[in-house]
Design a protein around this ligand. Structure first.
Ligand code: HEM
Length: 574
């Protein structure tokens, strides 16, 4: 794992990129000081996105040397503040960032950054009308999401009815002799390029990222919008990931939607399908809420109160259906883009770390009940029976409460793959204390806090490129004074900070822990043999592909091909 990371971030490449970056930054500063346009709707400038990315590259991971010294010399402020202009400052590991970002919105405001993404990426039409509506509605559309996905009791209830045991029991549908005609592939299997491997016990080869990501999304989306949307909109998952992987980053760096290349064209087409379908859903919600006839007779009974509450707020403030669709695309994306990617990384790290799967299985086994049944497989042309394992009960609350090792694995996955950033707008002149210094920020400044800059800093996390979950484990005392292990976030901030901290965090963490625990309990996953393994006849080894920046969580540069079989120790057990 270290080798590929080292290759990816070779010092020469970093130096060249940084040198180019500093030159570009200078030009940006010059251009923007000369032609500072009016920014009446307080939008986060495109150049600030680039400045943020460059700062992470130059200052992140404990980087030192010439590029950092040069950048430090030309920046506007000092201490933890990096940035060339008074319009944007990047706060790097600022001690009081939580306090600063917890100030009321009339001083430090998250809404302008949200408006920027809503219009630059999610398809909202930039206009004084939409800006005014978002300002008036911001709190009312966030509150129902917070009530459902952050509140402990609500998030716990949501996970209980998510159908995780059933879904994970059929993570892959196979029989020993081929696809079972009575069991059509599950929705999440469709884009995983599944290949059945004949043999005594069934096995499949699959693209692990696609499979896990789509499994997570199939669990999560109905909890927000009901089952009908997923059933009715056949290409929902493909469109969502194309939008997330391809279009989102291009639009964030300011490319126009008419840019003449395939990635943009297909990304824009995926986004228009998403917006059309979400708009139709919003119409159905209104019909359902007003007691009228619902289009297609769609079942709206399981649409969440978060979706209904948001729809009510939109109606109150006069949002048009296309405006609502852009607002909802933001939530659909926010619910899935990071959560499902983190689930994939967690499982990949765990399966690829020798000995860890057994440790975790021991930790989670008291909270998951598995039933094994013997299936006669003769109807598929086989002359023996196969064993099928199913989860028949799960204690989700105990998994979240009593499994520190599993949680530590998740925290370590956040550290390696998560790239949370909080962006705010300074509405009133503000003083920022910073280790004895005080910086004075003027109203009209954007401030960004990239929380990931310390995540690979060796002075904070020794041996930073290795997956070492124990670094998040601490000994604590329980109520009876007994020592026990607990997983602690420490300096990690995967959910951002302050008033606009993630409004899905409780649910997201529980979804990931429960799904990961269920997959680990039922399935063995190993790397599929590559062409090199076939040539040399050696057993395949895990090789994690390089990571590239994503839209909140890093992405593997290519999918990982794996072999999935029912858990061996359950098959061969008594
Ligand atoms: C592992 C999964 C997730 C991660 C790492 C994550 C991370 C984040 C981060 C970093 C922010 C920005 C916070 C800031 O500006 O300080 C954010 C905002 C937000 N997230 Fe999440 N998120 C996840 C899952 C979810 C889920 C499942 C939902 C549910 C719908 C959700 C809803 C939101 C919302 C609504 C906001 C905007 C909050 C506001 O403006 O007040 N997120 N998330």
């Amino acid at each position: 794992m270290d080798d590929w990371y080292a290759a990816l971030v070779s010092p020469r490449l970093v130096q060249q990129t940084v040198a180019a970056g500093v030159v570009i930054a200078f030009l940006i500063r010059l251009l923007f000081s000369l032609f500072t346009p009016n920014n009446p709707r307080k939008k986060f400038p495109v150049w600030a996105t680039i400045e943020l990315a460059l700062t992470i590259l130059i200052v992140g991971s404990g980087a030192s040397g010439f590029p950092r010294r040069l950048y430090s010399a030309v920046r506007r402020y000092g201490g933890s503040l990096f940035g060339l202009t008074s319009r944007h400052q990047v706060l790097v590991d600022l001690g009081g960032v939580e306090r600063l970002f917890s100030q009321p919105h009339h001083i430090i405001n998250p809404e302008p950054a949200q408006y920027t993404i809503a219009t630059r990426v999610f398809g909202g039409q930039d206009s004084p009308d939409l800006k005014a509506k978002l300002e008036a509605t911001f709190k009312d559309v966030i509150a129902p999401v917070e009530r459902l996905f952050v509140n402990e009791a609500a998030a716990a209830a949501l996970i209980e009815c998510a159908g995780i045991p059933e879904a994970v029991s059929s993570l892959v549908t196979f029989s020993s002799s081929g696809a079972n005609p009575k069991k059509p592939p599950q929705r999440w299997e469709r884009s995983a390029s599944i290949r059945l491997i004949p043999g005594e016990q069934p096995a499949v080869e699959a693209n692990f990222q696609s499979l896990i990501r789509d499994l997570g999304a199939c669990i999560a989306i109905p909890l927000l919008y009901g089952h009908d949307l997923l059933n009715r909109y056949d290409s929902l998952l493909d469109d969502l990931w194309r939008f997330d992987n391809d279009l989102f980053p291009l639009l964030m760096i300011g490319l126009p939607t008419w840019a003449p290349f395939r990635m943009m064209r297909e990304g824009v087409a995926a986004r228009s399908r998403l917006l059309t379908e979400i708009e139709a859903l919003q119409r159905r919600i209104d019909q359902h809420e007003s007691g009228g006839i619902v289009d297609f007779g769609a079942d709206m009974s399981d649409v969440s109160y978060a979706a209904l509450g948001r729809a009510a707020a939109y109606r109150t403030h006069g949002w048009t259906l296309p405006q609502r669709a852009a607002g909802e695309l933001g939530i659909l994306w926010g619910q899935n883009a990071n959560t499902q990617a983190m689930l994939f990384w967690l499982l990949t790290y765990v399966y690829s770390t020798p000995g860890l799967v057994d440790q975790l299985r021991e930790e989670i086994s008291p909270y998951i009940t598995i039933t094994t049944t013997e299936l006669d497989d003769r109807e598929n042309g086989s002359n023996h029976s196969i064993k099928e394992n199913k989860i028949t009960a799960m204690d989700h609350a105990a998994l979240a409460r009593n499994c520190p090792r599993l949680k530590a694995c998740l925290f370590e996955s956040y550290r390696l793959a998560n790239e949370a950033t909080s962006i705010r707008y300074v509405e009133k002149d503000t003083t920022v204390p910073d280790a004895g210094e005080h910086h004075h920020l003027k109203a009209g400044t954007f401030i960004s806090a990239p929380h990931s800059v310390i995540q690979r800093d060796p002075s904070v996390y020794p041996d930073p490129n290795r997956f070492v979950p124990d670094r998040f484990l601490e000994e604590v005392f329980d109520e009876d004074g007994k020592k026990k292990l607990a997983a602690k976030y420490g300096k990690l901030k995967p959910w951002g900070v302050g008033t606009a901290k993630c409004k899905g965090r409780t649910f997201a963490e529980r979804e990931i822990l429960s799904l990961a625990a269920a997959v680990l309990s039922l399935w063995d996953v190993s790397p599929a043999p590559g062409s090199r393994d076939k040539d040399t006849n050696r057993p395949p080894r895990w090789e994690l592909p390089p990571m590239v920046p994503g839209t909140g969580v890093k992405k593997p540069i290519r999918d990982i091909r794996v072999i999935i079989t029912g858990r061996h120790s359950l098959r061969s057990g008594p």
